[in-house]
Design a protein around this ligand. Structure first.
Ligand code: F6P
Length: 323
């Protein structure tokens, strides 16, 4: 393989830069030319590509966001868009691609390879949501959880000072991994995740018991995609039945997507970037390169996307037991 490309796509995640750096430096190490594609599939369609040298990825390992920028591309969902993308890839002599992203990214990669089998794409799991099968952790998840935990710690300070009940909504439209882990780590009173049925009667009971037992403050962590709704919606529904009348809602939002990546994310992103290039060199395609336990694992895109990683229900129970 003489020329490969690298791009980031979908929601950015801390560690994407470390991943790009690893791809570029590994490719150059093996004498392969590397092309950076800007703004995901949008840049592929517009031909926004440039040859990358080692210095282009200097001092980026510690940065959040992505130097290649990202996008969610509507145009790539059309046959015409994909044809343009393919023509641009051919013009640059690109044979293999490392795609860092999540569900949408791998779905797009799969379709492109089906239509144009002479393009090989290997994925690295870049999303804060941790919702891909075939890796223990996705790149960016650990940083996002730490950001959420730190924010909840801060909220607990003011909640205790005032004796308030807080509902904190964290990201994860289909997955409760950020919610669960940040709730455990911050000692939250309850956690609501889309993977388990949310019984609001039970929640009201728990919070009222806490109140009657003179627990000064409580924090409920809500995944944005919870089956009972977002934090505001849930509070609207149960407010009249809650004994605590001093209630606040905080939506953490996009602060969870930025920031300096943690050690875990930098190391994971570096390793998977290196292994993705090696996978292309070894003729692999259509797989996501992840890490399971200490080992590198290769999971077909369709499996990584469809077979959601399962949430550990014992950990959900643990939040209640330890609260
Ligand atoms: O997929 C990552 C994610 O951060 C989700 O947790 C969240 O629901 C979504 O992206 C937000 O997307 P956008 O930044 O496009 O609003």
């Amino acid at each position: 393989m003489k020329t490969i490309a690298v791009f980031t796509s979908g929601g950015d995640s801390p560690g994407m830069n470390a991943n790009i750096r690893a791809v570029v430096r590994t490719a150059l190490h093996y004498g392969i030319k590397v092309i950076g594609i800007r703004s995901g599939y949008e840049g592929m369609i517009d031909g926004d590509m440039f040859e990358m040298q080692s210095k282009d990825v200097s001092s980026i390992i510690q940065l959040g966001g992505t130097i290649l920028q990202t996008a969610r591309s509507e145009r790539f969902m059309t046959k015409e868009g994909r044809q343009k993308a393919y023509d641009n890839l051919k013009k640059m002599g690109i044979e293999g691609i490392v795609a860092c992203g999540g569900n949408g990214t791998f779905t797009g990669a799969k379709v492109l390879m089906e239509e144009f089998p002479d393009i090989s794409i290997v994925g690295t799991p870049g999303t804060i949501d941790n919702d891909l099968y075939g890796t223990d952790y996705t790149i960016g998840y650990d940083t996002a959880v730490n950001t959420a935990m730190n924010a909840i710690d801060n909220i607990k300070d003011t909640a205790n000072a005032h004796g308030r009940l807080f509902f904190v909504e964290v990201m994860g439209r289909d997955a409760g991994f950020i919610a669960l882990r940040s709730a455990i780590a911050s000692g939250a009173e309850a956690v609501l995740v889309p993977e388990t049925f949310t019984n609001l009667d039970v929640l009201v009971n728990t919070l009222n018991t806490n109140y009657q037992n003179k627990k000064r403050a409580s924090v409920v962590v809500v995944a944005e995609g919870d089956d009972a709704g977002g934090a505001f919606e849930i509070v609207q529904q149960i407010k009249p039945r809650l004994l605590s009348k001093d209630i606040r809602v905080t939506i953490l939002g996009h602060i969870q997507r930025g920031g300096r990546p943690t050690v875990l994310d930098r190391v994971l992103a570096s390793r998977l970037g290196m292994e993705a290039v090696r996978a292309l060199m070894n003729g692999k395609k259509g797989v996501m390169v992840g890490q399971i336990g200490p080992d590198v694992a290769y999971t077909p895109f369709e499996v990584a996307i469809k077979h959601h990683q399962t949430i550990n229900k014992t950990l959900v129970e643990m939040v209640d037991i330890l609260a």
